[in-house]
Design a protein. Structure first.
Length: 323
């Protein structure tokens, strides 16, 4: 018996097919799949996929980054523009507030000045505050280096600006004609003379026991520091009575001082440092110090109880407003 034939027949029967033909697709077991998978890792296909993936990432990542940056930039720009608008609005509001305050202050000053100047009255003659006879020299206004003038020598040896010599002479003559004995004790002073005066007063006060600082300030109450004295202009004179030549309070009670205070304006002079105006002039009351400003100005200043500082302020307002 041919067993090979038997087996073949048996097998064919049991398998339901021809023994000689192998099934087309044998079923793949789990182990087989793992083998195929293992074959993918490291295969050409794997590397293909890897390269493709990497390329895609290399393109997409910068794109995402760029999109993010553009988005961020847009947000920041919008925020910046918002801030800018707010800052502009604040600046505008602040400027408007300042303008309001300034105009309010300006209005008040104008009101005060108009009340003040109207109380005094309009200066009834033309004033050019740049004219030589209106030159202002005080603690806040030194004599400008450009100020030039010529001196005239008086009979007693004192010097004054030649333009005031005639009026001064007339005033002194008229006072003498009234039986008075006025005496010019100081007129034009050079810077050196002013420095000597100031320093000797400081030294004298220090000898009396004051410190240098105390002596300096005490002296400064009555003697101007160099370059800040009206005596440098040649337009100021100190006049005392022959019988009392001290520059003190009693000097104001002499007949000469009283006559000069009442009449000096007729000759173009003013009592430059009146009582009660110390804060404006910066100098204590001096009954002996007279300053030439011209006849019109002197009469206006005396009549309205002004100082030269106040007169010039009014004149400047009038010059500006054309009133
Ligand atoms: Zn003086």
């Amino acid at each position: 018996m041919d067993f090979s034939t038997v087996n073949r027949e048996f097998c064919a029967k049991t398998a339901g097919g021809d023994f000689g033909r192998l099934p087309d697709k044998p079923a793949v077991s789990g182990r087989g799949r793992r083998k195929r998978k293992n074959r993918y890792w490291g295969s050409v296909l794997f590397y293909k996929h890897l390269i493709l993936g990497m390329t895609a990432l290399a393109i997409l990542l910068p794109l995402f980054g760029l999109t993010g940056m553009v988005y961020k930039y847009t947000c920041l720009k919008a925020e910046y523009q918002g801030l800018l608008r707010r800052a502009n609005a604040l600046c505008t509001a602040e400027a408007a507030e300042k303008d309001n305050k300034i105009s309010e202050i300006g209005r008040k000053i104008k009101e005060e000045l108009s009340v003040w100047t109207e109380g005094v009255g309009k200066i009834p003659f033309q004033v050019n505050t740049e004219d030589w006879n209106y030159i202002l020299v005080n603690d806040w206004n030194p004599l400008p280096a450009s100020y030039k003038f010529q001196l005239d020598v008086l009979e007693d040896g004192h010097q004054v600006d030649y333009r005031i010599a005639e009026d001064l002479g007339e005033m002194l003559s008229d006072a003498e004609a009234e039986g008075l004995e006025p005496l010019v004790c100081s007129a034009y002073r050079s810077y050196e003379r002013q420095a000597d005066l100031f320093n000797s007063s400081v030294e004298e006060l220090m000898e009396q026991g004051m410190t240098y600082r105390e002596a300096y300030y005490k002296t400064h109450e009555q003697v101007a520091i160099v370059n800040y004295s009206e005596h440098h202009t040649g337009l100021a004179v100190d006049i005392v009575g022959k019988n009392h030549q001290m520059l003190d309070e009693r000097q104001g009670r002499t007949k000469e001082a009283q006559w000069l205070a009442q009449n000096c304006s007729r000759y173009g002079f003013i009592l430059r440092y009146p009582k009660g105006k110390e804060k404006i002039t910066g100098i204590e009351y001096e009954s002996w110090h007279f300053r030439y400003v011209g006849r019109d100005a002197a009469q206006f200043i005396t009549k309205n109880d002004l100082t030269l500082e106040e007169f010039l302020k009014i004149a400047k307002i009038q010059q500006k407003t054309g009133r």
